[in-house]
Design a protein around this ligand. Structure first.
Ligand code: ZN
Length: 299
């Protein structure tokens, strides 16, 4: 490994942090961690295909779609709340890395004008066909669609950590938002209880697919540097929490088979282990130390 680089956010000198399949750089001040060299795009696509993500069929897809519909309800409630100023133009939402498109389809059904961006054409065409939403293929942020009035909502739902340059992405998201718009993003929380306990075995490190690994402090800094002035950070939800507790111990291969065959014998046995973990998950989220780090940021 080369001489120690500086943290891209706070410029502190990084130290090597050994994870199972690679040694990452980690910032001692804001806690950001990152891969020492950017993965080759060809290998990265293969790594995505091996993981079977985003889910394309079966119960994993149904569950993901159900959760996205609940998130669409939450957004709808949030934007009709009295603390968000209303706009003359129709509400438009852009999702970066929309996967199968269920969240945008949910928003479209609630009257939003939506557009998704995906890096991979096959996922994009699947989302267009299945969710009947417009999805464009773009990799670099300068290819993301601009609309005249600006978006009221830009979403990165577990996608920022996959990007080779999340800093440009946040800057572009800021530029695309309307004055009263909100950025809504979620990333795995490297400062969560489960990340601290499992360290290099933590399921949501998800190497090599996750390039950057955020703590609340690092995320707050990244958003401030992109220009966002109001930032609410919290942790929540069980969709990342429970698998993190269950499978950091049992390994990624078991997680994949649990996700793809949730009604198999082994998967059911593992699911039966889950109820005590719900209490742990609730406690972690109450302490803002859950695995799913959520930010809501405004201009
Ligand atoms: Zn730092």
């Amino acid at each position: 490994m080369k001489t120690s680089p500086s943290c891209p956010l706070c410029h502190a000198s990084a130290y090597p942090w050994p994870a199972r399949s690679a040694t990452l750089w980690r910032c001692p001040v804001c806690g950001l961690a990152w891969q020492p060299s950017m993965p080759d795009p060809e290998n990265l696509w293969r790594a995505y295909a091996a993981q079977g993500y985003p889910p394309r069929r079966g119960p994993a897809l149904s569950l993901a779609q159900w959760m996205q519909r609940r998130r669409a309800d939450w957004i709808q409630r949030k934007f009709t709340a009295p603390d968000i100023p209303t706009s003359e133009s129709p509400a438009a939402a852009l999702e970066i890395g929309c996967g199968p498109g269920a969240l945008l389809a949910g928003l479209q059904a609630r009257g939003w004008q939506v557009i998704g961006v995906e890096a991979h054409w096959e996922t994009a065409s699947g989302a267009r066909r299945r969710s009947r939403i417009p999805v464009m293929v773009a990799i670099a942020p300068d290819g993301w669609p601009r609309i005249r009035s600006g978006y009221r909502l830009v979403i990165f739902w577990h996608t920022l950590e996959h990007l080779l340059n999340p800093w440009d992405a946040l800057q572009r998201a800021y530029d695309l938002l309307a004055a009263e718009g909100l950025l809504w993003l979620a990333v795995p929380n490297l400062a969560s209880w489960q990340a601290r306990i499992f360290q290099d075995r933590w399921l949501h490190l998800d190497l090599p697919r996750h390039i950057y690994h955020f703590t609340p402090q690092a995320l707050r800094l990244a958003l401030a540097q992109a220009g966002f002035r109001t930032v609410e950070i919290s942790t929540g939800g069980l969709g990342y929490e429970i698998p993190g507790w269950l499978f950091s111990r049992w390994g990624e291969a078991k997680y994949r088979s649990w996700r793809n065959q949730p009604f198999g014998l082994e998967s059911l046995a593992l699911t039966l282990c889950a109820p005590p973990l719900y209490f742990l998950a609730i406690l972690a989220n109450r302490a803002d130390a859950g695995a799913n780090l959520i930010a809501l940021a405004g201009k």
